[in-house]
Design a protein around this ligand. Structure first.
Ligand code: FAD
Ligand code: DLZ
Ligand code: SF4
Length: 506
């Protein structure tokens, strides 16, 4: 059978208004979706992440079929599955003899390269207009700028969308209310849990498949409660707006033992896979603010994450790839400690963040940045290994968003392209923003010796070790002056303590 065009839909393109679908004709074109081993194993993704993507793909294919589309869906256990995206394109091309293959541009450079170098049938890549800022627009914004700071990019996106704008002015006269969003949260506050979806028959079949075929991958497969359709993701958004948004701003940076989600939305996996439209989500949040139900610091804090950070990191990714993935400005080479895969460590903050990552394929931003990320940077872990870990373990991880967050924001491996200074902190920060330290075997107040919180000596050791690279950074001037004022013996003991801890890591 022949078709006019073959439309390839990838696992993170599950949106009814996808560019490739808008350009297609259900009567003459055929859709291809494929679960392939290569995509599930190029890093060993968390079991929950694979189950989420496969189940959401299967549900989306069903919706397309119900909407009158002709869909070739290749399941993982199809005996003829070639297990690569290009292999499946080639097989579909043999079946249908299309004139052209149409794909909405892939989110990852690796996949784009793979498709572009597959030459059997002419290929059209369509711009992914689920994002606000095109590659060309970002390049234009970046051109001639010495520093690519998110804040200025974000203001452009506010103007472009009109979100939280009163005419030409930002709502309530300020662009950014981040200073109001750093309150610690006490464990006795009520913290809502994200909406849970009961697995249906499709999801149950996927769970059985993933449990069987990916048993050696990281993470707990069940309980599995992710939304896997656009309607279910909308229900999760409704739940966030009704229960958590109001406190999102105040407690955005807070960490609480036993509370993996605090007041975060837990929507990133749904947005990234295409089940929720990012601009719709922001408009819903703005409406809550305009109706007087949430304060500006909650609405602005949330919207900034999506039209600011999310769009910005995507811009940075495509602006710097290929090459960005190999950045290692601080020359860090230590292997990733094994406890990143088990959560078995006496450091309570790391045990919590990694333990919940294993259970939920989720950790919120401050856990990723200031606990697992901060530790890896202070300990001098090879940023490429850190990158592969983050890409594998989170349900929302796709390279375009994960890589700049990891290499740039959290590891300073791009030398400061993305962050104006390393996000480095000792135990004080953790003690201020969390209740982890109270139940940790280490003493957050001590800097040296076997009982001392390892973050303290590691923090100073990191600064001393990387002085040549970081000395010129004006934001670090006061910290280096404090270090220089310390007694020589204290400095030596600090570095010896850090060295002893690091030796123990290996
Ligand atoms: P909320 O806190 O509720 O924020 C709302 C939304 O804003 C999120 O759903 C997400 O879409 C967006 N957002 C927030 N922060 C960022 C950010 N820094 N970059 C891009 N979007 C953002 N996010 C991913 O989506 N995928 C990743 O692979 C990923 N890897 C990360 C790795 C590191 C080292 C760090 C520090 C951050 C990473 N982030 C990543 C960003 C952020 O941590 C997650 O988006 C957020 O924790 C998702 O949880 P949430 O939906 O509850 O977010
Ligand atoms: C992450 C992922 C996984 C686990 N499996 C598939 C798959 O079987 N088929 C597919 O089309 N996409 C999958 N993906 C997403 C891709 O690996 C890739 O990250 C995105 O399409 C972005 O380019
Ligand atoms: Fe983490 Fe140190 Fe606090 Fe323990 S004392 S939880 S290691 S910051």
């Amino acid at each position: 059978m022949t078709c006019r065009n073959l439309i390839l839909i990838l696992g993170d393109q599950l949106s009814a208004n996808l560019a490739a679908l808008r350009h297609a004709d259900p009567a003459r074109d055929r859709i291809l979706m494929a679960e392939v081993w290569n995509e599930a194993t190029y890093v060993k993704h968390h079991k929950k992440k694979i189950a989420f993507i496969f189940s959401a793909m299967r549900h989306f294919a069903e919706e397309l079929i119900a909407g009158g589309w002709q869909v070739d869906y290749v399941a993982l256990d199809d005996p003829a599955n070639s297990h690569s995206l290009t292999g499946e394109l080639a097989r579909a091309a043999e079946r249908h003899h299309p004139e052209r293959v149409i794909v909405t541009e892939p989110g990852e450079w690796r996949v784009r390269q793979m498709l572009e170098s597959w030459g059997d049938v002419p290929l059209d890549l369509l711009e992914d207009d689920r994002f606000l800022c095109s590659h060309a627009e970002f390049a234009q914004w970046a051109e001639g700028r010495k520093q690519l700071r998110m804040e200025y990019f974000y203001r452009e996106m506010r103007r472009k969308t009109g979100l939280l704008m009163d005419g030409d002015e930002p709502a309530e006269g300020k662009w950014n209310f981040d200073a109001d969003n750093r309150k610690p949260a006490s464990a006795d506050l009520f913290m809502p849990r994200p909406a849970r979806t009961e697995p249906d028959d499709i999801t149950k079949a996927v769970l059985a498949l993933v449990g069987d075929r990916f048993a050696d991958h990281f993470g707990d497969l069940e309980p599995f409660w992710f939304a896997v359709t656009a309607d279910q993701a909308q229900a999760a958004l409704d739940g966030f707006i009704a229960e958590a948004l109001v406190s999102f701003g105040d407690f955005q940076d807070a960490m609480v033992r036993g509370e993996p989600f605090v007041y975060h939305s837990v929507l990133s996996a749904y947005i990234n896979a295409g089940l929720l439209d990012p601009l719709d989500v922001c408009r819903r949040v703005e409406a809550e603010y305009r109706a007087g139900r949430v304060a500006i610091n909650a609405a602005e804090g949330f919207i900034r994450q999506i039209i600011g950070w999310r769009e910005y990191v995507r811009g940075i990714y495509w602006h710097t790839m290929p090459g960005y993935e190999r950045k290692n400005a601080l020359g860090a080479t230590r292997p990733l400690p094994w406890f990143y895969w088990t959560g078995e460590t006496d450091m309570m903050c790391l045990a919590e963040a990694i333990g919940q990552t294993k259970r939920e394929a989720y950790a919120h931003h401050i856990q990723r940045l200031m606990v697992t990320g901060n530790f890896a940077m202070l300990a001098g872990i090879d940023p490429h290994q850190v990158h592969e870990w983050y890409l594998a373990v989170y349900a929302d991880a796709f390279e375009w968003v994960e890589l700049p967050n990891t290499l740039g924001m959290s590891q300073f491996a791009d030398g400061g392209l993305l962050a104006s200074k390393p996000y480095a902190a000792g135990g004080n920060y953790m003690n201020k923003m969390s209740n982890y330290c109270r139940s940790c075997r280490y003493d957050v107040k001590q800097r040296t010796g076997p009982e001392a919180c390892p973050f303290n000596a590691l923090y100073w050791d990191f600064l001393a070790r990387n002085r040549e690279m970081l000395n010129g950074n004006p934001r670090l001037g006061p910290v280096y002056r404090t270090w220089d004022r310390m007694e020589e013996t204290k400095r030596r003991e600090t570095r010896e303590s850090a060295a002893a801890f690091l030796a123990g890591l290996e």
